[in-house]
Design a protein around this ligand. Structure first.
Ligand code: UDP
Length: 317
């Protein structure tokens, strides 16, 4: 449980999710130390926070040791979109694994809670649907997604071993596809790709036949879930799924975005990337029961806000 004014370390604080979290923590009255190496994060995401007296920014790569004083850690640092995490897969695995060891070491030295942003990718191409936390997943250990999937799985292993062996107060959440303002226009993700393509009246690129499904959670909902998880008493370790259980095919998403933007784009089909999961949808019973959390933003409403953001962004590029 965070005291009213704590100093909170957010690794990956310059990223899409991290920057929203830094903002929320500052608004809640905490001091924030944002650590980012800006491999995929951006200073533009946090520029508006720099002048806040409670905000500190450190450019640092968490695969290297870091010695700071803080009251809690949110470990978010890692490239998360497939094109970004596959660009330098060795570094992705190092960030997940060595980064986790460094941050767990800090949590151990300071005796503070640490939250790990794990991912629905730990379920791989799931054979259990919707995915519950008990499911062990179906992950290729040697494919192009493995650096991220297995890196994040190993990080979970480390978190639970530090908890069992050393009594560290860990909080593990598995984040499902999240979208909203401050996604990067070129991060290759389906929501940002389709919106940018639609706004430019360019072809909408569906990979495969578009029947694969995802469940999309709006950023504000996710941030609330992260904060609620950190606020649980010691002993509540997770893993807990955080995501919106509304399930949509990629084709449905494309059609929705074309309609909401009033775009003249047409849909084109490209080959499906290797190991692309066929279906994904969180079972969030645990989050509802333990965190009293469930998402409240419907896809259409969240997409409208995200489209607005990209419209502004593209107008100023
Ligand atoms: N996708 C697509 N067109 C794009 C980008 C992604 O059809 O321009 C598909 C992708 O193949 C996957 C889904 O959309 O099936 C979600 O992809 P994303 O990269 O957003 O996240 P993932 O859930 O795969 O990590």
């Amino acid at each position: 449980m965070l005291l009213r004014k704590s100093t909170v370390l957010v690794t990956g604080g310059g990223g899409f999710i991290g920057s929203h979290l830094c903002e929320k923590l500052l608004n809640d009255g905490h001091d924030v130390i944002c650590v980012d190496n800006f491999y995929t994060g951006s200073k533009n995401n946090i520029r508006h926070l720099i002048s806040s007296p409670g905000f500190e920014l450190i450019r640092h790569d968490i695969t290297w040791p870091l010695y700071l004083e803080a009251d809690a850690i949110y470990n978010l640092a890692c490239p998360a979109s497939p094109i970004h995490y596959q660009r330098d897969p060795i570094q992705t695995a190092k960030t997940s694994v060595i980064g986790a060891i460094n941050m767990l070491g800090m949590a151990k030295r300071l005796k503070i809670p640490i939250l790990q942003s794990s991912t629905s990718e730990v379920y791989g191409d799931p054979k259990v649907h919707p995915q519950t936390e008990e499911y062990w997943g179906n992950v290729n250990p040697i494919g192009p997604r493995s650096c991220y999937d297995e890196g994040k799985r190993c990080a979970e292993t480390l978190f639970f071993d530090y908890h069992r062996q050393l009594g560290i107060n860990i909080k593990v959440v598995r984040i499902f596809n999240t979208y909203g303002p401050r996604m990067q226009p070129d991060d290759g993700r389906v929501v940002s790709n389709f919106i940018v393509q639609a706004l430019k009246n360019e072809d909408i690129t569906i990979y495969g036949n578009g029947s694969q499904t995802r469940s999309f959670c709006f950023i504000d909902d996710l941030i609330e879930g992260l904060v609620k998880m950190m606020d649980t008493p010691p002993g509540v370790t997770g893993p807990i799924n955080l995501g919106n259980p509304g399930e949509f095919s990629v084709k449905q998403l494309a059609e929705m975005i074309v309609e909401l933007t009033g775009s003249k784009s047409k849909i084109v089909y490209h080959p499906l990337p290797q190991d692309d999961p066929v279906q994904r949808k969180p079972n969030i019973s645990k989050a509802i029961e333990i965190l009293d959390w469930k998402p409240s933003v419907q896809l259409k409403e969240g997409l409208e806000k995200t489209i607005e953001y990209f419209r502004e962004l593209l107008a100023h590029l």
